[in-house]
Design a protein around this ligand. Structure first.
Ligand SMILES: [Zn+2]
Length: 266
């Protein structure tokens, strides 16, 4: 496969480049700083120079021509200023919107609630399903959220609200706050093998979703929200009270809340 990674010098991007190139995939990483090219080459990826903050949508699209998969791993990074978050993260959202037209489904494994929220929002606006994968609570819990743009299926924010109201955990409280002003973000920490497990579950969810839509009802998954115990947490509030490691629990979708800017038509 030909894979292009925008933001090719990030921590996750370099790992992914290594894994893909070892598998025999042809990987290209888009970077802004030529000094980063060597690290990409060591990871088995070709480096291509492009400044995502300045490039037009057409320029970015040219770099993606012929790719079987595109991974958007660019971001302003933790601790950067509001101005930089605006130019990089908001700029990225504008680029992504243009790319969604030729996309079947969106997978987001980004660390950070703002990115996950924006991805879910843009996918819903484009009428696409988004699969969000993450590890929560210091590596104790893996989670896959399938957000389908269907009536009765709420977005990430609506689901969190509904769970918190029902007395469950609110593992991403910054969702309530304004952009860049929320509770300090706790990074996704997990051992590598746990991340692999959750990534595989996300990949299965994505493929099953596409196959189900293509007329394979045997690919139907048991729910829209999967919780996977990476460590047992019997004392947590339901539905997060997973009694043993590797317990997998599927939950249904929850409805949109009224007034939600993502779920309600603009
Ligand atoms: Zn919503």
């Amino acid at each position: 496969m030909k894979v292009v990674i925008a933001g090719g010098h990030g921590k996750i991007a370099l790992l992914l480049e290594q894994l893909l190139s070892r598998r025999g995939d042809v990987v290209t990483g888009l970077i802004r700083n030529p000094a980063q090219a060597e690290a990409l080459e060591k990871a088995g990826a070709q480096a291509r120079l492009v400044d995502l903050e300045k490039a037009t949508g057409d320029e970015v699209a040219r770099h993606l021509t012929g790719a079987d998969a595109v991974v958007f791993a660019a971001g302003a990074g933790p601790g950067s200023s509001a101005g930089r978050k605006d130019s990089v993260d908001r700029g990225a959202a504008i680029h992504i919107r243009a790319l969604l037209a030729g996309t079947d489904l969106v997978v987001c494994t980004a660390d950070g609630v703002a990115v996950r929220r924006v991805t879910g929002h843009l996918a819903r606006r484009a009428g696409l399903t988004a699969v969000l994968a993450c590890v929560l609570e210091d590596g104790a819990l893996g989670e896959i959220l399938r957000l389908r743009p269907w009536p009765g299926h709420g977005c990430l924010t609506c689901r969190r609200h509904n769970l918190a109201e029902a007395g469950g955990l609110d593992p991403e409280p910054a969702l309530d706050a304004g952009y860049g002003t929320g509770t300090p973000h706790r990074p996704m920490t997990a051992v590598g093998s746990d991340l692999h497990l959750i990534a595989h579950l996300a990949a299965k969810t994505a493929v099953a979703t596409l196959l189900e839509r293509a007329g394979h009802p045997d690919q139907r998954l048991p729910g829209e929200h999967a919780l996977f115990g990476l460590r047992r947490q019997p004392d947590w509030a339901p539905p997060f009270d997973l009694g043993h490691t590797a317990e997998l629990r599927w939950l249904p979708a929850t409805p949109p809340r009224s007034g939600c800017p993502t779920c309600e038509a603009p």
